[in-house]
Design a protein around this ligand. Structure first.
Ligand SMILES: Cc1ncc(COP(=O)(O)O)c(C=O)c1O
Length: 397
């Protein structure tokens, strides 16, 4: 039987062996509460602070600027709502883009219902935002700009450093969601000129349910929870020390492996993109082809005349896992908000697949996909042609 092929690393990644070992060891040896002053607590505290140093050094930050959270969603919420609450006397206006992850978009929507105003800056047909449009939206009451570093559906890399510079000149706090970018691109908070930056463990071969928010010294932030004085009193709650140490281990390794891993992943992605365009008619690539404008591991393609979900299910039956969009929206029948924001017609947006590569993928995986997809597409196109022909009132030719 052919081996299963996992091509959904943007949704989540498997734990890598070294990370699993770290996790197992700490779970079985270091159970103390990092806030306790006895030696059990101090052992946990030491691991916590070592992990903080690792994460900080991976992104060019100071250890006291790292707040551990339960993952990307919480980091985004803490950054956005935390800024809104901390700066509500200064202003009520937030700027973001139309293609953010729902962790950002829905947080912004919730704040709108609480009296904040949000400007959603559009993107072009490559999913890229123009920094001057962000700058043009800044007004005296703007308290936050939040734009993602790399898009989870198309892999588009936003001009974050330019946006950071423009926001900084206006004295506006700047947040970026670097959940997909971390481990695929160098992430340095000074180069990017960010005040707040979100990270997540499970996208980089670390555990689920753990992440971090970088908070530049002096950036006002209101906690989302009431509780004790953990994490600089910004994120109350006993720290998940095993998860945090495993996250730090995962981060350390993915950073060490850059840029070799990026080169390898990009080769696989380009092989699949050119192969699909060559062997299947009516295929289009969604997002930029430029290497500096798209992540090395995410490829989004629309295949005319077939439903993305049907393709996904057919591939799944053959042991190949891909996605039709972001994991958080799968199950919903609406086309992706990201593809629609890039002005893709709804039908093409419904016909899209996201392939996201990871460290275990090989050229043989791409070849297998190229071998299987043409037949699946041809079969699904035949079925949908018959359905259209039989639909009452449809024109028969
Ligand atoms: C860009 C982006 N931001 C945030 C998140 C949420 O991260 P988490 O799953 O750790 O809550 C994801 C996960 O899909 C993501 O891709």
């Amino acid at each position: 039987m052919a081996e299963d092929i996992y091509l959904d690393h943007a949704a989540t990644t498997p734990l890598r062996r070294e990370v699993q070992e770290t996790l197992d060891e700490i779970l079985s040896t270091t159970f103390g509460n990092a806030s306790s002053i006895h030696s059990f607590g101090q052992d946990a505290k030491r691991l916590l602070e070592e992990s903080r140093e690792v994460i900080a050094s991976c992104i060019g930050a100071n250890p006291d600027e790292i707040i551990f959270t339960s993952g990307g969603t919480e980091s985004d919420n803490l950054a956005i709502r935390g800024t809104a609450l901390a700066q509500k006397d200064k202003g009520n206006h937030i700027i973001t883009t139309t293609v953010e992850h729902h962790a950002v978009l829905n947080c912004c929507k919730a704040l709108e219902s609480e009296g904040f105003e949000v400007t959603y800056v559009p993107v072009n047909n490559e999913c890229l935002v123009d920094p001057t449009r962000i700058a043009g939206a800044i007004r005296p009451e703007t308290i936050l700009v939040t734009t993602m570093f790399a898009n989870n559906e198309t892999g588009a890399i936003q001009p974050v450093a330019e946006i950071g510079e423009l926001a900084g000149k206006e004295g506006v706090v700047f947040h970026t969601d670097a959940v997909q970018a971390a481990g695929k691109l160098p992430v340095n908070v000074e180069d990017l000129q960010v005040d707040l930056l979100s990270l997540s463990g499970h996208k980089i071969y670390g555990p689920k349910g753990v992440g971090a928010l970088y908070v530049r010294r002096g950036t006002p932030l209101h906690p989302l929870f009431c509780g004790g004085h953990h994490e600089g009193a910004v994120r109350p709650g006993t720290e998940n020390v095993p998860g945090i140490a495993a996250f730090a281990k995962a981060m350390e390794i993915v950073i060490e492996e850059l840029p070799e891993s990026g080169t390898r992943l990009r080769l696989l992605k380009e092989k699949l993109a050119s192969g699909l365009i060559e062997i299947i008619s009516g295929v289009r690539r969604n997002g930029s082809k430029d290497t500096d404008k798209s992540l090395p591991n995410i490829l989004n393609m629309s295949i005319e005349g077939v439903d993305g979900e049907s393709l996904l299910l057919n591939l799944d039956l053959m042991g190949i896992a891909v996605s039709t969009g972001s994991a958080c929206t799968s199950g919903a029948t609406d086309p992706s908000h990201v593809l629609l924001a890039m002005a893709l017609p709804p039908q093409l947006a419904q016909s899209s697949l996201r392939f996201s590569f990871g460290r275990d993928n090989t050229e043989a995986h791409v070849e297998r996909l190229l071998e299987l997809l043409p037949d699946i597409v041809a079969r699904l196109r035949r079925v949908s042609a018959v359905r259209l022909k039989d639909r009452p009132g449809s024109v028969q030719t």
